[in-house]
Write a protein that binds this ligand. Sequence first.
Ligand code: TRP
Ligand code: ZN
Length: 890
Amino acid sequence: MTQTVKYLKDYTAPTHLVPKTDLLFEINEQYTDVWATLHIEPQNGATELVLQGDVKLISIKKNDETLPETAYSLNPNDETLVLPNMPTEPFTLTIHTQVEPQKNKSFNGLYESEGNLYTQCEPEGFRKITFHPDRPDVMGEFTTEIRANADKFPVLLSNGNKIRSGSLNDGRHFAVWHDPFVKPTYLFALVAGDLALTSDFFITQSGRRVVIEFYTRQADAHQVAFAIESLKNSMKWDETRFGLEYDLDIYMVVAVGDFNMGAMENKGLNIFNTKYVLADSQTATDADFEGVEAVIAHEYFHNWTGNRVTCRDWFQLSLKEGLTVFRDQEFSGDRASRAVRRIENVKLLRTHQFAEDASPMAHPVRPASYVEMNNFYTMTVYEKGAEVVRMYHTFLGEEGFQRGMKLYFERHDGQAVTCDDFRAAMADANGFDFEQFALWYSQAGTPTLQISGSLKKNGGNLDYVLRVKQILPDTPDMPASQKQAMMMPLAIALFNENGEKGAFKLPNDDNSYNETILIVNQAEQEFVLREVQQSVTPSLLRGFSAPVHLQFDYTNEQLALLLAHDDDEFARWEAGQTLLRRAIFANETALQQGNDLPQNPLLIQALRNILNDNNLDAAFKAMLLQVPAEAELWGERDHINPVQTTMAREALLDEIAHALHGELLATALNARESENADKRGKEIAFYEYNPKDAGLRALQYACFPLIHRFDEAATIEQVFEHYDEMARKNMTHEWGVLSSINSNASAKRDELLARFAAKFDHQALVMDKYFSLIACSRRADTLVQAQAALNHPRFALDNPNKVRALIGTFARNVPHFHALDGSGYAFVAQHIKKIDAFNPQVAAGLARAFNLLKRIEPQRQALMRAELEAIVALPSLSKDVREIVEKILA
Ligand code: TRP
Ligand code: ZN
């Protein structure tokens, strides 16, 4: 397979359209035969037809006549089939191919899992099934017939409505599905197997009845109720908030344990990783429930943002993903704890997307080039893309944003379009100039806003003058000198020394405001807020109004003031985070210079006030107590010494745990009391997921590890003795307890983990939790235990969830992945090579763990480099892994 780079600028319209595709799948024991009849419409007199395919070709018919082999050429190098002399009038091609789903461990195309067959076609998996232009701007209507043995494959599913079914000879049966909506090939899906059905229904706002069908393994059917409720809530929400109604009469969700990502929005037939469907309180944590709700919503929302209006080409991926993530974030925020959800999103963005943007993998929200499209399902396309959509919303407000959405659907329903089309709809519906805003789609890297403020006399009044400078970083694709100033909303309010929000006026405007949104759109600019009070502490970037780094020279006292009083929860939390970051950085400096560690009385007092504040929501309080993780601390720093960061962070945790022991204990006990309050005498199963109890539990387990920080021996004894009682309420408690003692050096910790593994031996998703506990422990023997876990009977290198749980988690375990003897790097690299042989997509995901290479101190950098060079030296390396590793090394 050659390493060809595809460029956005090279886009050309398709030479042939395929408005109809008829498929026939004959499923046999060893292989599946596929006949695809493509109804082809040549454009502008084109005669040469190029189809994409990476599949065994048996024969081709043109208008029912078999083509001689001389009529076409197969090019395995670039996976094309070229037919040079095709008619200029519409014609059909019937292509017979053969696939071996049992041998397919890439989980891309048609594959087998536990005896059942599933497809995954986004972005370019359809070509592993048959030959087709296989590009998202070639859309068509699909009819799919599936034939298979009725005992082995009683369930036969595809997109749209089932129009016929019946039995055939030899114990076989068939089903024919028709999808009336045109769609690209990447939304095609097929499922065949022996699956349990759980059904329900939803009545749409216009009164149509939609059948809901969830397919799982028989043994898992009792775990789908929450996902079904989540789907109904999503359908309702999209009607009320976006005015969007579901369009088919049936909505199917199939859960499969072998799946490369979270889930896939195939029209009318979503296919999901079991992780995002199955949940009950004995096996899923509160966070897992929230994950199920969010992913069910995400895939459902794609029906309009992705399926009805799709992408012209894969460079536009964020058109559907950024927008759909924004929509699922808003849904989750409307469901519960909006502020906490927002902070979680920001934390995810800053931990992983900012790191990506500061790495050799940096790319714009709309990438300009790619080698392997699977490598571009990134934090930047999804999460930064969602922030870009959120900025339209911040500029336009809810009503203006909805006007834009409405125009977008009016103009583009049934089409494959670009990010510019979306931007134009937002602009035109509101008469708002989003010209400069286009830079968010083409300039990579996280901008930094350097802000300073000063008071100025103006007659008898005071003005507050804000100077805002935006700094754009160099990225591998573009030096900073070629970048232009971006346009972004800067939400701001002013607080006085008592923590009250002060009023101000804007230039040429006599209204009084106590918050506003400034439009930043120049490299350097000044904003004047008029008639302000004597003392000003600005609350900046409220709600995280733009995905940027913010620099403002706050005093610690000002940060404590905002932490105590800001009414924007993001800004309030961020003030606390800044204090925590400063304390960790000071520890790092002290460690580097061999000085005593500094004390942080102001921070400690601020945290004490938080712990003692009975008016704070529990979930929010738990967020305020989170100390930033290592990856969040590295920002754009160079010469990172990862283990030193860990030590500096641990030292701060020591200080907090020591100084606030009593308050932490009281807070945790209180939260436990509140959680138990309404449950006395009731069934254990009453400890089910709900946002309020989830917050109380989050608070308990934010305190628990700090409370037990110093007395390892006593803690493990206590947990050991009370484990069953603590764990039996639900998985959140069980997980919380195990996480809290997971780094304990005692043999009893191993015994608890072993008991946990034995208890959940047949629950694959809980076993993933077991493997991730092994891999995230900070105990000295973690690598040894991780290596041993590879041989656990429930571990499987060909199952992506297992790989992510054990090896992926290990790669994020800072002291162990970055062990100074190189053993952590070697362990991960060894498995990248192994997995690449059968699942390049998952291997490439693991390879990203090395993207810190250039920013890490020299000794570790050399060890990392040696591993990466050994990987690229492999002749059989996939283009997926090669693209990632070559970029890191470049
Ligand atoms: N479109 C899917 C989503 O965002 C994700 C996806 C892309 C995917 N490629 C995939 C899922 C490959 C599984 C396998 O919801
Ligand atoms: Zn998506």
